[in-house]
Design a binder for this molecule. Structure first.
Ligand SMILES: *Cc1c(COP(=O)(O)O)cnc(C)c1O
Length: 461
């Protein structure tokens, strides 16, 4: 399996190289050159298998010999042992023909654990073969950073530095980043906002001396290996509702478009998916783009579903690449137009996208109302992100079973849930001591050279 860039001007890579590289050198994102198709019998055979076995069968063709089969199986097993539910991604019913896929039973209570835990194991295994070390630097508004630290802590060949905006993440999110005691993970509280943190990461990648000196690597949501790990639960949930003999639809609370793009890949692989519904909060650039063709930013408004507060969804570029007939030059010129605020999707490309994706938007008031109405009707307590999904899914229910992705545990966003319902969700018992564990964090000013010096200094120890 070979991987090509969405902008058509970067080297073609193997799976392992694409995983280690992240962003392509032409600024594009890596996608598989061809998507392998599973036939009906192969999909039917997944029914009833353990999650780990489904993961192996779905991902194997994409890994293309980079790891031996037994090795892949071992890495998958390790990745998911820390999950608090034997099914890994259990499905619960919300109503007639509406199901909720609970993706929050991982160690940091958000769906990002599915991909991050696996990429941690795969990167470590690849590095162990050559004896190389890498340094991962990331910026987070909460969920990605905690998932990365949890996944990479204690791994022998990796150091991780996560910058988060001081005072601007929830207490649960902060403690998930500051309480791991392993010496290879470092939480940096930056005096600034999320954009400052992200700008520092970008600047470090553009500082080639630094980048090569510390062997910088990235694990943000554009990393192909992360998308791949998320394809698996589309299969596991669909077959449990009767696929491939019965089609299903999915609604996905969407920010950077990584999670729903995994659903698009599952569909290309032959999984019978009827609708893929993009659910946005009040930051609705994708809903506007998919309904009108006008892809234009108008700033970020902070919401009670903060992990979906995005200005531009980076993974949308992968869908555009296919919609434009895999014309890398066309994609590159759209991304150029983006620098001045936006672009209009061509008629043909929009038609292709609308044939696969539907979309909807959920306001702040609707998010709260959905949390409380769903609790009353079903007993299920939703996090605000999942509530955005449930609201938009409710507007799209039909003959086909609808599966809405629940992307985080309600206890990760207790304030919004308490405001909506009067109930303060508790942490699962396995992490109930989170508030007693000692914290370890370095407060830094928003000063790039100083942060780089600190990273170099820590790496010398
Ligand atoms: C990251 C995240 C999302 C958005 O997922 P994308 O892949 O960026 O679209 C939604 N909900 C939660 C809880 C998240 O952490």
């Amino acid at each position: 399996m070979r991987y090509i860039s969405t902008r058509g001007a970067a080297p073609v890579l193997t799976f392992g190289e694409a995983m280690m590289t992240g962003l392509a050198r032409d600024g594009g994102l890596y996608v598989p050159e061809t998507v392998p198709v599973m036939d009906k019998a192969e999909i039917a055979a997944l029914a009833g298998l353990p999650y780990e076995e489904i993961a192996f069968r779905v991902m194997k063709p994409f890994i293309g010999g980079f790891f031996a089969d037994d090795e892949v199986k071992g890495l998958i097993a390790k990745a998911y042992t820390g999950f608090g539910h034997a099914a890994r991604a259990p499905l619960v019913q919300l109503g007639p023909n509406h199901f909720l896929l609970e993706l929050f039973h991982g160690p940091t209570l958000a769906f990002k654990d599915f991909a991050m835990q696996l990429i941690g194991q795969m990167m470590q295994a690849a590095l162990a073969k050559t004896g190389e070390r890498i340094t991962i630097v990331g910026a987070t508004s909460g969920d990605t950073g905690s998932a990365a630290m949890e996944a990479f802590k204690g791994l022998a060949n990796v150091d991780v530095f996560i910058m988060y905006p001081h005072g601007r993440v929830s207490e649960v999110q902060r403690r998930q980043m500051t309480t791991p005691s392993e010496s290879n993970v470092h939480a940096l509280a930056v005096d600034g906002d999320f954009d400052d943190c992200q700008a520092n990461v970008k600047a470090m990648f553009n500082d080639f001396d630094f980048r090569d000196g510390v062997r910088l690597a990235g694990v943000n949501s554009i990393n192909w290996a992360r998308v791949l790990a998320q394809v698996v639960y589309y299969f596991s949930s669909a077959v449990s509702l009767g696929a491939p003999h019965r089609a299903v639809s999915f609604t996905v609370p969407t920010g950077n478009f990584g999670d729903i793009f995994a659903g698009y890949i599952a569909r290309k692989m032959g999984l019978p998916i009827d609708q893929l519904v993009v659910a946005t909060n009040q930051n609705d650039i994708l809903h506007r783009a998919l309904s009108t063709g006008d892809h234009r930013t108008n700033g970020v408004k902070p919401s009670i579903s903060p992990s979906m507060d995005i200005q531009v969804s980076s993974n949308f570029e992968r869908a555009l690449f296919d919609a434009y007939g895999r014309d890398g030059k066309a994609v590159a010129s759209l991304m150029d137009e983006m620098k001045s605020g936006g672009f209009t999707i061509s008629q043909g490309a929009l038609q292709m996208l609308q044939g696969i994706f539907t979309s909807g938007r959920c306001s702040e008031a609707e998010t709260s109302a959905t949390i409380s109405a769903t609790l009353k009707a079903t007993g299920e307590l939703l996090c605000p992100h999942s509530a955005v999904g449930v609201k938009v899914a409710n507007d799209h229910l039909g003959q086909t079973p609808m599966i809405t992705l629940a992307t985080a545990h309600p206890a990760k966003f207790p304030d919004a849930v308490e405001t909506a319902t009067g109930l303060r969700p508790g942490l699962p018992p396995r992490m109930a001591d989170l508030f007693e564990r000692p914290e370890r964090v370095t407060r830094v000013s928003n000063d790039l050279p100083a942060i780089q010096a600190l990273i170099r200094e820590r790496l010398r120890r």
